[in-house]
Design a protein around this ligand. Sequence first.
Ligand SMILES: Nc1ncnc2c1ncn2[C@@H]1O[C@H](COP(=O)(O)OP(=O)(O)OP(=O)(O)O)[C@@H](O)[C@H]1O
Ligand SMILES: [Mg+2]
Length: 491
Amino acid sequence: MAPTRDDLHLSGGAPAPRIRFGLSAKLLLLTVLFVMLAEVCIYVPSIANFRLAWLSNKLAAAYTAALVFDAAPQIPDELSRQILDSIGARALAMKLGQQRRLLATTELPSEVLQEVDTRDMRPLRAIVEAFRTLLVARDTDLLRAVGPAPGGGQFVEIVIPEGPLRSAMWIFSRNIVLLSIAISAISAALVYFALHYLFVRPLYRIAANMASYRADPEDRARVLAPTARHDEIGFVERELAEMQRDLANMLHEKTRLANLGLAVSKINHDLRNLLASAQLFSDRLARLPDPQVQRFAPKLMRALERAIAFCQSTLSYGRAQEPPPDRRPVALMELVEDVRDTLGLQPDSRIGWITSVERGLTVEADRDQLLRVLVNLARNAMQALESRAPNDPTRDQIRITGRREGAVVVIEVADTGPGLSAQAQAHLFEAFQGSTRSGGAGLGLAIAEELVRAHGGEISLVEGTIGATFRLKIPDRPIPLHERRGERAHA
Ligand SMILES: Nc1ncnc2c1ncn2[C@@H]1O[C@H](COP(=O)(O)OP(=O)(O)OP(=O)(O)O)[C@@H](O)[C@H]1O
Ligand SMILES: [Mg+2]
């Protein structure tokens, strides 16, 4: 049974799939089949019962006749024939003690083929014999049926042709078939409607919604509205709605990021040109003999070079791709000074700067990348402290510590600011998620984490400190075995 037009427009006009031999049709057919099967199971024993009951009826009549013949042995032939005819038997006998008495007979029966003792009949045998009568026996075949006898008699027996029994059994079978058809039609219709409303219609609704959702998965209005059902269909609806909602949100986020990516590419493109002109100016600046200029100009040039290279690689790959770290021993103390210069924190600044790095400590890292990590962390600290302006260098401080612990260098960037907000903590190191600062992109910590991870190190927020403390652990570069052997040979 194919879905109707009504079924096809269950959810906002989205067409449901075209189905030729749908669930409803299958269910209908199966129901008819199962009911028929059940009827067959009922029919087999009941036809055997019917046969026994029919014979028992005849024997009950024979029992009454036996009473009459016993009481009045001199019954005229005509009457005894009439009695036998009314039973439908050819002969009637009764066994008394050792003696078997023929009470009446219309003709002497020829060969009797079958015997049925209604007093003792096994169910399986009754079934086999019933089908024999029904399918194999001829109308003229004779059957000897034995049943209980009146008075002191052992049993009553009659000889009866199988024809009438067979016809009665066929009529019974036909009635059963008609009844089965009626019952299966009614129950199939009931099951069909019940399943259609409980199961098939909700399925069409879900399918139609899926088709409509697929057409525009970003449209949150197309997310399935689950019904209040508590059964499996309700469960499926709720799970599907949840999945669609998540997917819609995810696609939204992806589109937003794609737009952002495009915007970044455009900005990058022009920024690269601006940086190139800045590089020209700084080139000229570097020629001034002023010692301060001589100190900062090379740093400015390097910073501009890095910026241009970064813009270039972002444009070429379509994403900010970090080169693998070029790890060399870096003097941490000098690097920390560069961080301070980059942030523009002079000794007379309103924010205190404390460096506590072990003497001569070197860290095996990509200098530029580690500088970016520390600048990001220290800039966050500075911004957090500046949010409490006016600042006081004895209260508002940034402290950078560095120490070696075996093969790992531990660097901490701590401040005495307000600490991280709950939102920033919940999305720590997630790009675009944790920013609570107006004008903040929420990228600084994510970039720092990515760069530290590229060094095989880790970054974490230290718990239970005043303000915020970020701890970096940078392990030494693993030395390949052959290099080590070379070192030993040199020694
Ligand atoms: N030292 C700190 N003290 C207090 N809050 C901090 C500190 N460091 C980071 N945060 C919080 O974590 C958030 C995320 O920092 P992150 O550097 O990733 O992004 P941002 O500073 O907002 O933007 P930007 O991408 O420009 O760095 C900040 O908005 C801030 O709320
Ligand atoms: Mg930041």
